[in-house]
Design a protein around this ligand. Structure first.
Ligand code: C5P
Length: 218
């Protein structure tokens, strides 16, 4: 029997990363942060002097990523980049390289390799529609763009990183637009996914809901 997967798709800063990681921990399953792979591709391309719109060369960077995911670390060519890939600049770069079909193809097999027993919780934009279409449970996790910008703002401030709310809101709107409007694997709620709006929901409540939907199916 196939290793079970729970898909959690949604826009940036919707809380899906935190929710997915906690659901995985609660079940004792593996966790895939697929966005990190697009972020790593953007960072590795930048370091190699490859422009984010140079499709063949960025795809080659994606195919050759030398990355090791640890419990609390991400090593790119042996260097810790967990913080570096979260910058606003790399967030924007990730959404640009993610619009290139050859890059998505190059990362497809790498994502599927995370499917190992006893199960996988996968978070991203196209988990339900492309990468793990046969998941036991599919969730589309979202929140208003204002709530998401405010969460990102608080997150940055709490880390001691200077931030302003208005530019963050603007950047988030642009990224949403790019992720929704692209021709390959656009961000959208899959017809067979359940909607979870976390605008007024705590992380704990969101985790409990995802688990309540999945448990009867396991
Ligand atoms: O989820 P996260 O914000 O880390 O994703 C970074 C970028 O990677 C997104 O803006 C999106 O364009 C892209 N992405 C994607 N498909 C995924 C995960 C992320 O296109 N499955």
């Amino acid at each position: 029997q196939a290793v079970p997967v729970i898909d959690i798709d949604g826009p940036s800063a919707s809380g899906k990363g935190t929710v997915a990681a906690r659901v995985a921990a609660a079940l004792g399953w593996n966790y895939l942060d697929s966005g990190a792979l697009y972020r790593l591709t953007a960072l590795a391309a930048q370091r190699a002097g490859v422009a984010w719109n140079d499709e063949p060369r960025v795809a080659a960077v994606a195919a050759g990523l030398d990355v090791v995911f640890g419990v609390d670390s991400i090593l790119l060519a042996g260097e810790e980049v967990g913080e570096a890939i979260r910058s606003e600049e790399i967030s924007s770069g990730a959404s640009q390289v993610a619009a290139l079909p050859a890059v998505r193809t190059a990362l497809l097999f790498r994502q599927r390799a995370f499917r190992r027993a006893p199960g996988l919780v996968a978070d991203g934009r196209d988990m339900a529609s492309v990468v793990f279409t046969d998941a036991v449970s599919k969730v589309f996790l979202t929140a208003s763009v204002e709530a998401r910008a405010e969460r990102r703002y608080k997150q940055l401030i709490s880390k001691g990183i200077a931030a302003k709310l208005q530019p963050l809101l603007q950047e988030m709107r642009e990224r949403d637009e790019r992720d929704r409007g692209r021709s390959v694997a656009p961000l959208l709620q899959s017809a067979d996914a359940r909607l979870l709006d976390t605008t007024e929901l705590s992380i704990e409540a969101a985790v409990a809901q995802v688990l309540a939907w999945a448990r009867p199916l396991l």
